[in-house]
Design a protein around this ligand. Structure first.
Ligand code: NFS
Ligand code: SF4
Length: 644
């Protein structure tokens, strides 16, 4: 058995397992080995039933699918369909938030309201909606309607691309890939890649860029901006992370999934006195609301609520025996959960009409009365407390500071409300900070849990690169202790450490959930607008990475980062190895089109090297590069990291 995780809580949980205990994701991963190499290389086509067809790797031109499809077309179609799947997931989330904003604006009895009026006005401005002399509800309703219209828009441009630098918008216009409507691009992606339509891998990937941009600058960006309007724009906040945040004596409620629409209400419900009293009456000391995955990131950022773990820890959280209820909505919820929950007293509760799970209890969330749903769920969890059996909670937990929305970064660095990125740009120009890297994305049971996130991030900050994070990657680095200001002194390079110390921020900034990768796009656009670092995102000394990705959503994110001009490296592997022409297209030719391109590298040290070299290259082009060697970690330092 390979080592599963660098996170000690995982070892502690796995080492206690006895015969008959429920399987984990790692057991099932073993059972799938070896993974099908055709699929791994993107060479398996199941688009029509003359197949499935598979192409022998390296058989260029000689081996075709039954219909005649070549390797590069099959690889491209599979890749593009992953983009469509990921864009659909993020965007449907954005749609729910837009509907919630409309509800907040039109029905105050729903319990939703508009919290961040500054953000509302800013977004209204971007969308060309009149704000003068109007109530926040009227503006909010118009913003929500404009957002909903952008999902179904047939022609023109979706509204939030207005946040991108002019030069970038020009690149998209010239390529003809500015998204028209969010749903429209996703549908067209599926159409183009059905049997016998778009048979040119370059054309398929161009539309994949349009689809991904409809996610990054559309669905995801609407999700983020409208959530901020509804629930508040995050600012730095303290929190705790890892399985050790579960309480031995409180009622433990774990939210898991993605949309904060219900969890925001749960965060309020758990503070209600009658519910706390009810918990007391059941013998508990209180109610402990925690989370897994991106919902956890959302409630951490806005309420400082603790995170129990990232995606690969969901089964382990239930296996502590200490979780009264796990409440799930959509995305990244393992189908194995009911099985695990059955072995304990944990009640698995579904809330989305889109995500039904046999064996779970369903409490449908209605936007009109979300608070009532939240209270009923909390009560259900409390009443389950007396059914607790034996529990085991690993003692691992770590402090963190999160909440670095781009507005917060602005504020911290600028020092004034509505400050600016000028100090960040200045520090990049003077070389204290070499550049910025986005390290994001999932965990994947194929590789050692959290290792690549943590080693990559550590090497980047040692080289004076400010790291911005989201998703399960942020949770990984949080568990490793990187989200504390003192990390700067311990691990960051001298220049970065100096800046962090002056500002009082960690060298690794947690910016939120996966839809919040759109915050990074806005931050990069701001850096361009401030000036001194070129005219387009593609000129900035920045890079992106998803070192342990697994989800289609990660592929969509990668594609929109690249199409926005960012060099983006993925770990684990990419399902493109089957065709050298396709690989050449996304790894090389893309740069000529978008100014950004894909990279793939499984070794985190080498991944760091690729990103650092890229950032240094951009610095030289801007005329701000001076020779300084990369800090290379030797084996000794890596071992030390393992033990940290
Ligand atoms: Ni992003 Fe967040 Fe995690 Fe991956 Fe899943 S929870 S939306 S997809 S696994 S980072
Ligand atoms: Fe095979 Fe072509 Fe059908 Fe794909 S579309 S399954 S390659 S026949």
């Amino acid at each position: 058995m390979d080592k599963r995780s660098i996170d000690k809580s995982v070892d502690q949980m796995l080492s206690r397992r006895k015969a008959g205990d429920p399987e984990t994701v790692w057991d099932r991963e073993d059972g799938q080995k070896p993974h099908c190499t055709f699929g791994e290389q993107g060479l398996c086509c199941r688009i029509c039933y003359m197949g499935p067809c598979r192409i022998k790797p390296g058989s260029k031109g000689r081996s075709r699918g039954v219909c005649g499809a070549t390797a590069e077309v099959i690889v491209a179609r599979n890749f593009a369909r992953m983009v469509a799947g990921g864009a659909a997931a993020h965007s449907d989330h954005g749609r729910t938030v837009a509907k919630t904003l409309l509800m907040a604006a039109r029905n105050p009895a729903s319990g939703y309201s508009i919290k961040d009026v500054g953000k509302l006005r800013k977004i209204a401005g971007v969308l060309g909606i009149e704000t003068e002399g109007r109530s926040k509800e009227d503006i909010g309703a118009d913003v929500a309607r404009r957002a909903l219209a952008d999902f179904g828009r047939q022609e023109g441009e979706i509204g939030l691309v207005g946040q991108a630098p002019d030069a970038r918008r020009e690149v998209w216009r010239e390529l003809g890939i500015t998204p028209r409507g969010i749903d429209r691009e996703i549908v067209e992606m599926l159409h183009r890649t059905t049997m016998g339509v778009d048979l040119d891998h370059r054309s398929i990937m161009l539309h994949a860029a349009r689809t991904a941009l409809a996610d990054g600058w559309g669905g995801s960006m609407y999700a983020t901006e409208l959530q901020d309007i509804l629930f508040g724009t995050p600012s730095p906040i303290r929190g705790k992370v890892n399985l050790g945040v579960l309480s031995e004596t409180d009622v433990n409620i774990v939210v898991h999934g993605h949309e904060p629409i219900l969890s925001e209400m749960l965060a309020l419900a758990v503070k209600e006195e009658d519910l706390i009293a009810l918990a007391g009456a059941q013998g508990a000391t209180g109610i402990n609301l925690t989370g897994i995955c991106c919902t956890a990131n959302e409630i951490l950022l806005r309420h400082g609520l603790p995170i129990a773990g990232n995606m690969l820890q969901q089964e382990l959280a239930v296996s502590t025996g200490a979780v009264e209820a796990m409440i799930v909505d959509v995305q990244c919820i393992m189908p194995s959960l009911p099985e695990v929950a059955r072995c304990f007293h944990t009640e698995l509760i579904t809330t989305s009409p889109k995500g039904s799970i046999p064996g779970a209890t369903h409490f449908e969330l209605s936007l009109e009365n979300a608070m009532d749903t939240a209270r009923r769920i909390v009560k259900e969890a409390i009443l389950n407390y007396p059914n607790r059996g034996e529990i085991y909670i690993p003692d691992e937990k770590m402090d963190l500071v999160a909440g670095f929305s781009h507005e917060a970064i602005n504020y911290m660095l600028g020092g004034t409300f509505r400050g600016s990125y000028t100090p960040l740009n200045d520090n990049i120009i003077n070389g204290r900070i070499k550049g910025v890297a986005a390290v994001v994305g999932c965990g994947n049971a194929k590789v050692e849990h959290d290792r690549a996130h943590v080693s990559l991030t550590r090497e980047l900050i040692a080289n004076d690169i400010l790291v911005v994070q989201t998703g399960c990657s942020a949770i990984a680095c949080a568990k490793a202790g990187f989200l504390r200001p003192e990390t700067a002194e311990k691990y960051a390079g001298k220049g970065l450490a100096e800046v962090c110390k002056a500002v009082g921020m960690p060298p690794v900034l947690h910016s939120g959930s996966c839809v919040d990768n759109s915050r990074i796009l806005v931050a990069l656009s701001e850096m361009v607008k401030i000036g001194g670092l070129g005219n387009d995102i593609s000129e900035l000394p920045v890079a992106g990475a998803a070192p342990e990705w697994m989800s289609e959503k990660a592929i969509s994110i990668g594609q929109y980062f690249v199409a926005s001009g960012v060099y983006t490296v993925f770990g684990v592997g990419l399902p493109v190895g089957g065709d050298s022409e396709f690989a050449h297209h996304i790894f090389d030719e893309f740069e000529g089109l978008f100014g950004g391109k894909w990279g793939a590298e499984t070794d985190p040290g080498k991944m760091a090297a690729l990103m650092i070299d890229h950032i240094n290259g951009k610095r030289r082009k801007l005329g701000i590069g001076e020779a300084k060697d990369r800090v290379l970690y030797d084996m000794e330092m890596r071992r030390e990291l393992d033990q940290a």
